[in-house]
Design a protein around this ligand. Structure first.
Ligand code: MLT
Length: 311
């Protein structure tokens, strides 16, 4: 009897692949090559994606045997869960696999924007010794506004508290008592915008959060604010941020995610005070190993008809 087919549409850790290869026919496809994906998914019992592959209704229409779609990461915004459910396809992810990694990347961007690390690095590698141009700011005593006090937001808040920052947060789903336990003051969005020296976004992408930091919000921030988005592209409106930077209403930004990815050109790239990375928030060896093995185990359970616990 032929083995069930697991289609891996994006890079998965060797440890995850090894778990799958023990029982399944593991095939790979470039999930961004739509015709190839649609052809390959027709024969797949399971599909594994990260953030670049759109697992939407069209994919599920082509997937006659598919039983499970697994996202090797935290969010599910590139998987149409409703369409999957209608097609009888289970959706699983690896919700804790990369939370530390994502928190650390947000902090890396925050520090990079505070101290102009990439700018100084770039200049020096061009042979330019520019000390005063890249004078930065300290974190100690500054206020950081954490947008979204979920798993990643909490890790960021705890780590930034160790820099002696005052941490405020906006999250309508978190109780004040829980925030107080973490040493975080819950505030309204407008209070966060007005008080923060740094703002860091840790929200999922939903119709409510898309464009949450837009033109109105960027008129309410301190001109010295530095904004970090290592969550999802579009939560900070890119055109509004570009304008705020041009008009000096924002002092800097660290951006890892873009409304359309891959993104190889953006008005944000032209600001010297913007630090960008290509959606590296989840990209550490440790996180990818965890994400790969967690989804591989979940796929194995799902294909054997067993209960799939939250990872
Ligand atoms: C996540 O949602 O966990 C990440 O965006 C996954 C990824 O980097 O592909």
């Amino acid at each position: 009897m032929s083995k069930p087919v697991v289609l891996v549409a994006e890079e998965l850790s060797p440890a995850g692949i090894a778990v799958l290869e023990a029982d399944f026919d593991v095939r790979s496809v470039d999930g961004t090559d739509r015709p190839a994906l649609l052809a390959a998914v027709a024969e797949a019992d399971a599909l594994i994606v990260r953030s670049a592959t759109k697992a939407d209704a069209e994919v599920f229409r082509h997937a006659h045997r598919l039983r499970v779609v697994a996202r090797a990461g935290v969010g599910l915004d590139n998987v149409d869960v409703e369409a999957a459910t209608k097609s009888g396809v289970m959706v699983v992810n690896a919700p804790t696999s990369n939370i530390v990694t994502a928190a650390e990347h947000a902090i890396a961007l925050l520090l990079a924007t505070a101290r102009n690390v990439p700018q100084g690095h770039g200049a020096l590698k061009q042979g330019e010794w520019k000390r005063s141009k890249y004078t930065g700011v300290e974190l100690q005593g500054k206020t950081v506004g954490v947008l979204g006090l979920g798993r990643i937001g909490v890790l960021v808040a705890q780590r930034l508290a160790a820099f002696d920052m005052d941490v405020v947060a906006f999250d309508p789903y978190v109780q004040a008592a829980r925030a107080a336990q973490l040493g975080v003051k819950l505030v309204t969005l407008d209070e966060l915008l007005a008080e923060s020296d740094f703002i860091t976004v840790h929200l999922p992408k939903t119709p409510e959060t898309l464009g949450l930091i837009g033109d109105r919000e960027l008129h309410r921030v301190k001109p010295s604010v530095r904004i970090v988005n290592a969550a999802r592209g579009g939560i900070v409106d890119e055109a509004a941020l570009d304008l705020a930077l041009k008009e000096g209403r924002v002092a800097g930004a660290g951006i890892d995610v873009f409304s359309t990815e891959p993104c190889t050109d953006s008005p944000l790239f032209h600001h010297d005070n913007v630090v960008v990375t290509p959606h590296l928030g989840a990209s550490t060896h440790e996180a990818q190993e965890k994400a790969g093995t967690q989804v591989a185990r979940s796929v194995k359970l799902a294909l054997s008809g067993e209960f799939v616990p939250d990872a």
